[in-house]
Design a protein around this ligand. Structure first.
Ligand code: F6R
Length: 478
């Protein structure tokens, strides 16, 4: 291992097991975390004590450029030259589960409740004394940003759905075409990218390999890259031309919640920043949207406080084997995210559709008792949108669907067609995903709990959880 470690370049944590000695694990680190857990007749390696805290609180913190060899009964540390080295031994004085969950039933539960702060903190300090929006770390000439003629958002999973929301907002505010592309598709095709393309990489961890590769590919083609990232010190912001950090704090649960809301918030800020720079909006228009955004944390809190009705509904549906989600406009990515959360947590079939697509095939899936969530846009929003969704609800109801409707306070038009209604406060349509997704997160978590699905413990067990602050996971996407 020492020979290999000396020859490696860049940041790494490397573990190796020899097939002939499966009880021995060798690890090395350079600029990347590696911690040893010291147990009774068992030892552990992890990027964070959270990985083994349920087994032992005794730990060894390896120094920079050290190699450790563990067996169930021994631990040896050397430096990269093979010279015996000291590692710092310490006792962890907290119980990860209790200390970090802060009294909540799971990390996901806690992180859902953190969302008003995550959004509020992401909005904090974004304007200079004159009220102009500023980005964190901008290494792109403003003239270049003014000349951008296309934006491509690259991301994976939930982060990509935040990109879909960004598309609606940025196109509306800035009149620049925005494409959203899954990073693993982008990197394996031949995308049309040049110096006038702005690529926006969205990632909680800042380490997702597909997103990183998409960033590298875009820059090789001459595009500028702005990343929206939660984890400081991660690779993607280092390799981007500019960064907009989300301030969601560490997201430990495997299923992303507060990072999603803060990614959407950061994307709004980016859209408004570009609108300001390119003169698409007057300063007072931007100030008014910022004011609406500053109202959102309080409204998210209201949705969370109404969560018991969502939890009770989820408990009543614990035998559901399939749930569908419909939305239009910004409600469409919300529907996709609702379905992803449910698959990921409750392990049941769930699919999100653009409501207008129903008649083109998916309506065949709807029969007696099929639960369908419908995200209803504000009746005060874009003309025609609300009534279109109401007629979609009527269509699926006529086929016997059980309709679970997310609607804005006071929208009486939905009442006759909804089996259950989850009310959210009024908000401008473009900002509404910050509210509409919250009942879906609570629903997925509660259904998983009601089913006793193992995924609930994924959200609670430190050993299966993410530690984005120190050691972001999911970097291994193929
Ligand atoms: C779903 C989820 C994933 C991530 C995706 C990207 O709950 O968490 O879909 O959004 O793996 O991860 P990051 O944002 O770290 O690039």
């Amino acid at each position: 291992m020492t020979d290999v470690a000396q020859r490696l370049e860049g940041t790494f944590t490397l573990l190796a097991v020899h097939a002939d000695a499966p009880d021995t694990v060798v690890g090395a680190r350079h600029d990347s975390p590696l911690v040893v857990g010291l147990g009774e007749g068992e030892n552990f390696l992890g990027s964070d004590v959270a990985a083994f805290i349920s087994h032992t609180k005794e730990a060894l913190e390896l120094g920079q450029d050290q190699v450790v060899t563990i067996t169930p009964t021994s631990v040896e540390v050397v430096d990269f030259d093979g010279v015996p080295a000291e590692a710092k031994r310490y006792t962890v004085d907290w119980d990860a589960a209790a200390a970090e969950k802060g009294g909540f039933s799971s990390f996901m539960d806690k992180e859902i409740h953190d969302q008003p702060h995550a959004v509020g903190d992401t909005l904090l300090g974004r304007t200079d004394p004159s009220g102009k929006l500023v980005l964190d770390d901008l290494r792109i000439d403003e003239a270049v940003l003014r000349s951008v003629d296309k934006i491509i958002v690259v991301a994976c999973g939930t982060a990509a759905y935040s990109g879909h929301v960004a598309k609606y907002a940025i196109e509306h505010w800035c009149r620049i075409p925005v494409e959203v592309e899954l990073a693993h598709e982008f990197r394996y095709r031949d995308p049309i990218v040049d110096e006038k393309t702005l690529v926006v990489a969205v990632t909680q961890s800042g380490e997702t390999m597909d997103t990183l590769m998409a960033v590298r590919h875009a820059r090789e083609q001459g595009a500028k890259v702005i990343s929206i990232v939660n984890t400081h010190g991660s690779t993607i912001p280092r390799e981007s031309d500019a960064v907009l950090y989300t301030h969601a704090g560490p997201e430990i649960a495997v299923a992303s919640t507060k990072a999603f809301l803060s990614q959407i918030t950061a994307a709004y800020l980016l859209g408004l920043y570009l609108a300001q720079l390119r003169g698409n909006k007057f300063p007072d228009e931007i100030a008014a949207i910022l004011e609406d955004l500053r109202e959102m944390p309080r409204k998210i809190q209201t949705v969370i406080e109404r969560g018991e009705y969502v939890r009770a509904t989820a408990r009543s549906m614990k035998d559901a084997s399939s749930v569908l989600f419909l939305g239009r406009h910004v409600g469409f990515p919300v529907a996709l995210e609702g379905a992803l959360k449910l698959k990921e947590l409750a392990y049941i079939h769930a699919e999100g559709f653009a409501a207008g697509e129903l008649k083109h095939g998916p309506i065949a899936l709807i029969d007696e008792g099929q639960p369908v969530f419908v995200i209803v846009p504000s009746p005060r929003g874009r003309e025609g949108l609300h009534s279109k969704v109401i007629s979609n609800i009527q269509e699926i109801r006529a086929r016997g669907a059980r309709t679970l409707v997310i609607a804005e306070d006071g929208d009486d038009a939905v009442r006759p067609f909804a089996d259950e209604i989850f009310w959210i406060p009024e908000s401008p349509t473009l900002l509404s995903p910050l509210l509409a997704v919250v009942p879906l997160q609570i629903f997925a978590m509660s259904l998983a709990t009601a089913k006793g699905s193992t995924s609930t413990s994924r959200a609670t067990s430190p050993s299966r959880s993410r530690s984005s602050s120190r050691a972001p996971r999911r970097e291994g996407a193929a």
